[in-house]
Ligand binder design. Structure first.
Ligand code: UT7
Length: 333
């Protein structure tokens, strides 16, 4: 194995969202809510939902194939598949195994990673480390969730927020002169576990008639509590990662955050002192797709022609756990 230090970069992006839409006006017919409240309090106008029978691995595989096509390589070149998700097709086998077969990545290994809305950024670092170690040259990192499979569509406090989707990036070694991944800070805080969780279906509360009747297989969230910690922690870790790399807010060309609530994104950006025109927001179209929000937002920046080679990018997330992540990178593709 070559022992020369290797830097890792994102070399390609792919996405997939299911075509079916759930709009705010659709939700007005399902729960006591209204379009104005949802848009003002969250920034969301619509979400994409998977049809029954469509699983997280289907969305993840479609995003991975899009990524491979945009990179111009075949699935057999992929060495590792990491899938961040809280809605695996099944508890086991890992969704990564199902994706491997669906895309035809013969010879790849991989696994799932559970870190809710920070799952993609955690998986991104795992993928980068596998490349930086010299162990692998092509790692597919996917964030994918079918949140509609764990949402109670009679609970207006959660059903207005979430959507389904998938995003994938390929991690490869940098070419000469490229920088790629710069730094990251991750934190977890299990004292927040019961503020955002799905209580049923695991070893603590295996599925029974009682757990289903008690709606324990749905997302439960204390929205207000999560909101405050999300803003505080995302800005705290963002500031730390910039500081220790000798960077100021004005050095950030684009801020691409987890899309949970537009007000959380704006409050975090304001605390960090980031310019508003440098924030990527696509929550109006997709809602909160959990592990998929950041790769979907990276793609939005590409589609809007805002992401250019050499730019300094700050990625930021907060989610159930609690989990927090802040990633600094140089865009290289
Ligand atoms: O991605 C993982 C991390 N998750 C998050 O970051 C989510 C964080 N939390 C949030 O985004 C927000 O807290 C929510 C969007 C969930 C809620 O917004 P809020 O501004 O915190 O509203 P609230 O829960 O304080 O509720 C305000 C009022 C309440 O009525 P009263 O008690 O003032 O009469 C709610 O009952 O709004 C009411 N309300 C609604 N009204 C219309 C709550 N949900 C709705 C709704 N439509 N869907």
């Amino acid at each position: 194995m070559d022992r020369t230090p290797v830097r890792a970069k994102i070399s390609a992006v792919g996405t997939y969202v299911p075509p079916r839409l759930l709009t705010n006006s659709d939700l007005e017919k399902m729960v006591t809510t209204n379009d104005e409240w949802i848009r003002e309090r969250t920034g969301i106008s619509q979400r994409h939902l998977a049809d029954p029978g469509t699983a997280t691995s289907d969305l993840a595989a479609a995003a991975a194939l899009d990524c491979l096509q945009r990179r111009g390589i075949t699935a057999t070149e992929v060495e590792v598949i990491l899938v961040a998700t809280v809605t695996p097709d099944m508890l086991f086998p890992a969704t990564a195994c199902l994706v491997q077969t669906k895309i035809g990545a013969a010879g790849a290994w991989g696994f799932d990673l559970s870190a809710a809305c920070s799952g993609f950024l955690y998986a991104l670092q795992m993928g980068a480390k596998l490349v930086e170690s010299g162990a692998h040259k092509k790692v597919m990192v996917i964030g994918a969730d079918v949140m509609s499979s764990i949402i109670d569509y009679t609970d207006r406090s959660t059903c207005i927020l979430f959507g389904d989707g998938a995003g994938a990036v390929l991690i490869e070694p940098c070419s000469d002169g490229e920088i790629g991944m710069l730094d990251y800070i991750h934190e977890i805080d299990g004292s927040g576990a019961s503020s955002l969780y799905m209580p049923g279906g695991g070893s603590l509360h295996p599925p029974t008639i009682e757990t289903v009747n008690a709606k324990m297989h749905y997302v439960h969230q204390e929205g207000g509590a999560v909101f405050k910690v999300a803003v505080r922690k995302m800005s705290e870790l963002g500031e730390k990662v910039l500081d220790r790399n000798g960077l100021k807010a004005s050095d950030v060309d684009l801020f691409i955050p987890h899309q949970a609530n537009e007000r959380i994104i704006m409050a975090t950006a304001d605390r960090l002192g980031l310019a508003r025109e440098n924030i990527v927001i696509n929550i109006a179209e997709y809602g909160n797709t959990t592990a998929a929000t950041i790769p979907l937002a990276i793609n939005t920046a590409l589609v809007e022609d805002r992401l250019k080679k050499g730019m300094t990018i700050l990625l930021s997330s907060f989610g159930g756990g609690y989990t927090v992540a802040s990633t600094l990178l140089r865009w290289e593709c």
